[in-house]
Design a protein around this ligand. Structure first.
Ligand code: ISL
Length: 583
């Protein structure tokens, strides 16, 4: 049921031929001067592809790059500007690719390097950019450097690339400090029965690199150049705030009542900015605009803004809004904070409501009765992966409304695959199917992230719902069929059609529209409205309908059916035939 791909010409994209490796010295930017002055990514909508769950090209139950390339029409029809691929490098898969064993290759299970070249060519041909995912904080324990470190003596140059320390206690049998792994348990693993331990901020199979070591820094310079030379259009940077640790690795004063897990010595150290500046210089040495998009979880928006100084990251996900519940005042405050603090850096705010680490939007907004506290080892896990009774219809209404609100904001937007389908989280995966290391490391107290990673439903009446294999790597629930792509294209009121229309309207009416202007509605504190470019965006957070003043114009798009007042829990975009005069 897919339509032929629309061919768009986008300045700055040079088609990359299958198997070709554009060289760094040969500019691959068709119109560098245009792109230079107006970076393409500032207002881009990027679709996040969790490759193993998007589409399966070889029938083994796991999504791959061949499957993705074959379904790019879905993304062009949706109308996004590009895609970000979660890691698909060779990896034992303990954290599904966030444990990289070879940084300059593509896993054969995803089709190898040839499949990536083919994807780049096909995407560029359609005017879609492709961002890859850099995982620099840690590698896989199977990476040759870590294997060499284990084989080498304490204090050797091989061990210096990682963070090995002598344990505490008479025989070094206690971890060197009190740091905890984000996935649960101590952040240290002992090397056999020796007194040596190595640091892993995540799973023991993901040893942390020592970013105070020049060899590590030089290695990642090479990794970045490798992918940019090959035609990658940008990089998402995994846990960009965590690379550098406090030089003395002191104990962190965790509150004894266990109320906070944040460890200020394990992240957000001043020297991390040296690394980001170095990468920025590399990206800027190319003749095309290459964004570096950071995954940065830091305590405040002010902290976040430090990563976005002009010579550091181009963008960083604005998780503040993702962590905000369905509440008018909180939403508006979060958006204002982002615009004030992030805009001041000169970087665009990079909005996102979902990714592969958090509960799906429909479920977050539809949670009517949370189930006590979440025993999450991860400082933000409890907020973004709360469980309990979910009102799916309500969650979907809110997710539709939130999506329209966000798409009207100035800046760039990241959509997580399945968000365009309004997929809810799969909360009831059988325990034996779960694969997330968080599930194992927390001793089963935190269900982790598998529920947002279930393979996508494409066609309702095929085995595996058209994913490409009958047995998918995580089981799809029967109700996934209702959300299938083909079914949604046929339904004018579907989330997919709403999303596609919103992207079209955004492109047509909001490109280069500049900042927003809030509209105060004192009598309705549950309504958030702003004007931007030709559009007035109005979101009703409460249940009561709201009649927008006639001078705001006619509705061009609404997240819920209406022929008069806007229903509760909806967003509408209005356009006045004569734009209101600036006040
Ligand atoms: O998961 C989180 C939010 O729920 C963050 O607190 C946490 O830091 C996050 O897990 C970091 O994410 C990134 O690095 C991990 C990987 O498992 C995630 O998938 C990735 O997005 C380790 O590489």
């Amino acid at each position: 049921m897919t339509q032929p791909a629309a061919r768009r010409s986008v300045p700055g994209i040079a088609p990359v031929a299958r198997g070709a490796m554009p060289s760094q010295t040969v500019p691959s930017d068709a119109e560098p001067s245009v792109a230079r002055s107006d970076p393409w990514w500032r207002e881009a909508v990027i679709y996040q592809v969790y490759v193993r769950s998007f589409a399966d090209g070889d029938g083994d139950g796991v999504g791959d790059l061949v499957g993705l390339t074959a379904r790019l029409d879905h993304l062009t029809r949706l109308g996004v500007d590009g895609l970000w691929l979660n890691p698909c490098y060779p990896s034992p898969g303990a954290d599904h690719g966030y444990d990289v064993a070879d940084y300059m290759n593509i896993d054969e299970r995803y089709g190898g390097l040839a499949a990536l070249d083919a994807l780049l060519a096909a995407a560029h041909d359609r005017g879609l950019r492709v961002l890859l995912d850099l995982v620099p904080n840690h590698c896989s324990a199977e990476h040759p450097w870590f294997q060499a470190a284990l084989a080498a003596a304490p204090g050797s140059p091989e061990r210096e690339r990682f963070i090995f320390r002598t344990g505490r206690g008479p025989a070094g049998e206690q971890p060197p400090n009190n740091w905890r792994s984000v996935f649960g348990g101590p952040a240290w693993t002992r090397v056999g029965q020796t007194d040596q331990w190595y640091l892993h901020s995540f799973d023991p199979s993901q040893p942390d690199f020592n970013w105070r070591n020049e060899e590590v820094r030089a290695y990642f310079d090479e990794v970045l150049r490798f992918w940019f030379d090959r035609g990658a259009d940008g990089m998402r940077i995994d846990v960009a705030h965590m690379l550098v640790k406090h030089p003395d690795l002191p104990d962190w004063p965790f509150p004894p009542d266990g109320s906070a897990d944040y460890n200020g010595y394990a992240q957000n150290q001043p020297e991390v900015h040296e690394v980001l500046r170095r990468w920025r210089a590399i990206a800027d040495s190319y003749q095309r605009q290459i964004p570096l998009v950071g995954e940065v979880w830091v305590p405040t928006v002010t902290d976040l803004a430090r990563y976005l100084r002009p010579d550091e990251l181009s963008q960083a996900f604005y998780f503040d809004l993702l962590m905000t519940g369905w509440d008018a005042a909180a939403f508006r405050a979060s958006v204002s904070r982002g615009l004030a603090e992030i805009d001041a850096t000169g970087a665009p705010v990079t909005w996102t409501l979902a990714n592969h680490d958090v509960h799906r939007t429909v479920t977050r907004y539809g949670l009517v009765r949370p189930e006590g506290t979440v025993g999450s080892p991860d400082p933000v896990g409890g907020a973004v992966r709360a469980r309990g009774e979910v009102d799916v219809a309500r969650g979907l209404r809110r997710a539709r409304a939130a999506l329209l609100l966000v798409l009207a904001l100035p800046g760039s937007v990241y959509l997580y695959q399945g968000e365009e389908l309004g997929l809810p989280e799969v909360l009831d995966l059988p325990d034996e199917a779960r694969q997330d290391p968080i599930w194992f490391r927390s001793g089963g107290t935190e269900y982790g992230r598998d529920g947002c990673r279930v393979p996508l439903p494409w066609r309702p009446d095929e085995p595996g719902l058209g994913f490409g294999s009958a047995r998918t790597w995580l089981p799809q629930p029967a109700w996934f069929a209702e959300y299938a792509v083909t079914r949604q294209w046929e339904d004018a009121s579907s989330m997919l059609n709403l999303c596609a229309r919103a992207l079209r309207e955004r492109r047509a009416r909001l490109a280069g529209a500049g900042p927003l202007e809030w509209i105060e509605i004192p009598q309705r504190p549950d309504v958030v409205a702003f004007r931007r470019g030709a559009i007035t965006s109005v979101t009703v957070f409460g249940d009561e309908p709201y009649a927008a003043p006639p001078e705001w114009g006619r509705i061009v798009l609404a997240s819920a059916p209406t022929d008069g007042p806007l229903p509760g829990e909806s967003t509408a975009w209005l356009v006045a035939d004569t734009p209101p005069r600036p006040r």
